[in-house]
Design a protein around this ligand. Structure first.
Ligand code: C2E
Ligand code: CA
Ligand code: CA
Ligand code: CA
Length: 275
C-alpha cells in the first residue's frame, strides 16, 4: 500500500513536470520563431450566405517548428500572451495580413476585408492605434479593408479607455468585429456601451443548431441586425446549420462547410476560379 501511494505521487509529479517542460519548450522556441520565419498566416474565407461569394478572409496564425512540429494557436497564443511575445508576433500578423491584402488588390482581385485577431494585450498597448495607422500607411492598405477582431475581455479594466480606442480606430476607417459573441460575461452590456461593426456568433451556438430550437442563435442574429451590425456565424460545418442561419437572416458564413483556413497561395487559386 505504501508503494502504490508513492507511485501515485510520482505520477502526479511527472505530469506536472511534463506540462512545465512543454511550456518551457514552447517559450524557448517561441522567442526565436519570428526571426527563424516559422510563422505563416492562413486565411479562412467568409461567404455571403445569399450569393455564395467570398466577402472576407480571417487571418489565422500557424506555427511550424522543427522540433515541436505544428503547434496549435489554442496552445501557443496563451503562452505568447503570458510572456509578452504576443506584441512582436501580433505586429507581424497585422503587417503580413495588411500587406497580403494590399498585394491581392494590386493584382486586380476584388477588394475584400481581411480580419485580424487582436489579443487584449495588444489592444491595450498605449500606442496601438498609432501602430495600426503606421502599418496601414506602410502597406498602402485602405483602412476599410481591415477588420480587427476583439473579444469582450478588452474592456476588462477600463471601459472609458476602450471606448476611446474603439472611436479612434473607427475614425480612421477600420472596422471592429466582436469575436466569440455570447461566451463572455457581459455580452449584452458590451453592445450597449461600445460601437461594434461586426458580430461573430461563437461556434458553440452554431453547433447547437438542430439540437434544440436554437432560439439563442436566432435571437443573436436579430439583435445584431437591429443594431445595424453585420452578423457572421463561425464554425459552420453542415448544410442544416447553413439553412437555419440563412433563414434566420445571417449575412455571412464561416466554417469547414465552405473552406478551412488556407495558405495564401490556395486563396489566390480560389480567387482565380471565382473571377
Ligand atoms: P478564433 O478567432 O475563434 O478562430 C476560429 C477558430 O475556429 C480557428 O481555429 C479556425 O481554424 C477554427 N474553425 C474554422 N472553421 C471551423 C469549423 O467549421 N469547425 C471548427 N471546429 N473549427 C473551425 P485556430 O486557427 O486553431 O485558432 C484558434 C484561436 O487562436 C482563434 O480562435 C484565436 O483566438 C487564436 N488565434 C489564431 N490566430 C491568431 C492571431 O493571429 N492572433 C491572435 N491574437 N490570436 C489568434
Ligand atoms: Ca477570430
Ligand atoms: Ca471566434
Ligand atoms: Ca474562439
Amino acid at each position: 500500500a505504501k508503494e502504490s501511494s508513492k507511485s501515485k505521487h510520482l505520477v502526479y509529479d511527472d505530469s506536472m513536470n511534463i506540462k512545465m517542460n512543454r511550456k518551457l519548450e514552447l517559450i524557448n522556441n517561441l522567442h526565436k520563431a519570428l526571426e527563424k520565419k516559422e510563422f505563416e498566416l492562413y486565411y479562412q474565407p467568409q461567404i455571403d450566405s445569399e450569393t455564395n461569394e467570398i466577402v472576407g478572409l480571417e487571418a489565422l496564425l500557424r506555427w511550424q517548428n522543427p522540433t515541436l512540429g505544428r503547434v496549435s494557436p489554442a496552445e501557443f497564443i496563451p503562452v505568447a500572451e503570458e510572456t509578452g511575445l504576443i506584441i512582436p508576433i501580433g505586429d507581424w500578423v497585422l503587417k503580413t495580413a495588411c500587406a497580403q491584402n494590399a498585394t491581392w488588390q494590386k493584382e486586380g482581385y476584388k477588394p475584400i476585408p481581411v480580419s485580424v485577431n487582436i489579443s487584449t494585450i495588444q489592444f491595450n498597448e498605449p500606442l496601438f492605434v498609432d501602430k495600426v495607422v503606421t502599418i496601414l500607411k506602410e502597406t498602402t492598405l485602405n483602412p476599410k479593408w481591415l477588420h480587427l477582431e476583439i473579444t469582450e475581455s478588452v474592456a476588462i479594466n477600463d471601459a472609458t479607455l476602450t471606448i476611446n480606442v474603439l472611436n479612434r480606430l473607427q475614425k480612421i476607417g477600420v472596422k471592429i468585429a466582436l469575436d466569440d459573441f455570447g461566451t463572455g460575461f457581459s455580452s449584452l452590456g458590451y453592445l450597449s456601451k461600445f460601437k461594434i461593426n461586426v458580430l461573430k456568433i461563437d461556434s458553440s451556438f452554431v453547433q447547437d443548431i438542430g439540437e434544440d430550437e436554437s432560439t439563442i442563435t436566432k435571437t443573436i442574429i436579430v439583435l445584431g441586425k437591429n443594431l445595424n451590425m453585420e452578423v457572421v456565424a463561425e464554425g459552420v460545418e453542415t448544410n442544416e446549420q447553413l439553412d437555419y442561419l440563412k433563414n434566420a437572416g445571417c449575412d455571412i458564413i464561416q466554417g469547414y462547410l465552405f473552406s478551412s483556413p488556407l495558405p495564401a497561395g490556395q486563396i489566390e487559386k480560389m480567387f482565380k476560379l471565382a473571377a
